[in-house]
Design a protein around this ligand. Sequence first.
Ligand code: NAP
Length: 487
Amino acid sequence: MTIDHQACDFAIYGILGDLSRRKLLPALYQLDREGLLHDDTRIIGIARHDLNRQSFLDHIREGLHRFIKEDLDNDVVNRLLARMHYLLVNLDVPDEYSRIKTFADQKKRLLINYFSVAPFLFGDICSGLAHAGIIEPSTRVVLEKPIGRDLASSREINDIVAKYFSETQIYRIDHYLGKETVMNLLALRFANSIFTTNWDHNTIDHVQITVAEEVRVGSRWGYFDKSGQLRDMVQNHLMQILTLVAMEPPVNLHDDSLRNEKLKVLKALRPITHDNIDDMVVRGQYGRGYIRGNEVPGYLEEAGGNPASTTETFVAIRVDIDNWRWADVPFYLRTGKAMATKRSEVVIHFKRLPHNIFADSYQNLPPNKLIIRLQPDEGVEIEMLNKVPGIGQGLQLQRTMLDLSFCEAFNNSRIADAYERLLLDIMQGRQALFIHREEVERSWQWIDSIQNGWQQSHEPPKTYPAGSWGPVASVALLARDDREWEE
Ligand code: NAP
């Protein structure tokens, strides 16, 4: 592998937190293992605890062992630890940022600031960096989700950061955009003529996007209850998948080409308001049920839960995109917690054929489906009809799958975690896979309208048994259109 970026100081604010330990440090380990970190790159861990270097490194080493599933290469671990430096900075004390300045001034080069802390601290960090005189035109900042909980609060966060940094310095993360299979959507759509020419209302009947989680809310109850599944999953991850499936071909893969096309889709979403919400959206909350054979409590019975909560743990939405390509082609989105299994996929349902010449043996020809499995077992399947071999029984047809499992097709090679790609892109200064401010705000605007519709309707969420595919009303949402969910 060759390095095509300069050495940098990569500062992680909140180095002792969950995201750093579970995702960022393992990703940095993998990049170092692949030879993708510049030899001279330093990683600066920032937190507010008084740790000496040895206990800091012990903590990092323990985290790597805990969160990386494969056997660790000790040489790589030692190389990574040698890059790591700990700075004690209380993020709400502006004078303490001078420690970062002193450290950065030793080398005076590209400084990347990864805010792996709650968003209410973003403003403090930006003003602290400015107070210490650290910000240069080359300085980059990385913002973790959630960027707000509605349009107003997302604007507030974006405004504060914009006081100190221009849009070209800001990298907003949605880790779904770093997933190998989500990226493969681009390859599938724009590198294969069979799909580029069959990707609109002429050939596609509808699209389903499912992000089902088997996990319950559990110990995250207090945090989750303030947001709910619509804000936590749809506003970011599902909207990003939707825009990649629906966008027009970008002229290239450069930063703004991709982001502009996604933004156009967001602008074309038909609003869902109080007037049409009952026909377009189903919200659910899991009740008591069984997951993998074990009885589990309902959302309202979880430890620390408030039995009067009306926060949704499931949402299904019919989305209409009012543009030429997608006229009369609904996109059905569905996501939930405590569902039957963990599965994320996009299913493209093609139109029925206009006439059936096999009616004698097969009365109802099912349309083709393209299934893009995002997780687990990443891959692509095409469901099609084939003739059953043989000469005795007339012309018999049978559904068969063309199945491409990435893991098998690419010799069981390891599929990189989303954060590995994203961290590398940040170091390389590529913004294409990061969310532009306008995208965040457009998406919140659309989500807010649904949230307002719910508030006005006073309808509680529909209960579904934990371990199922959601409330019956979600089945009815598609049945009304004479369609059914892929299960
Ligand atoms: P976390 O475990 O609570 O970590 C946040 C860290 O920030 C803690 O170590 C905390 O230190 C530190 N901190 C808080 N106030 C501070 C201050 N004034 N000065 C210095 N350090 C301070 O949270 P997280 O799960 O890592 O999440 C971080 C961000 O990433 C959040 O915005 C979250 O929404 C987002 N995110 C997380 C995940 C994930 O998988 N965890 C996924 C996607 C997005 P103390 O220990 O001293 O309090």
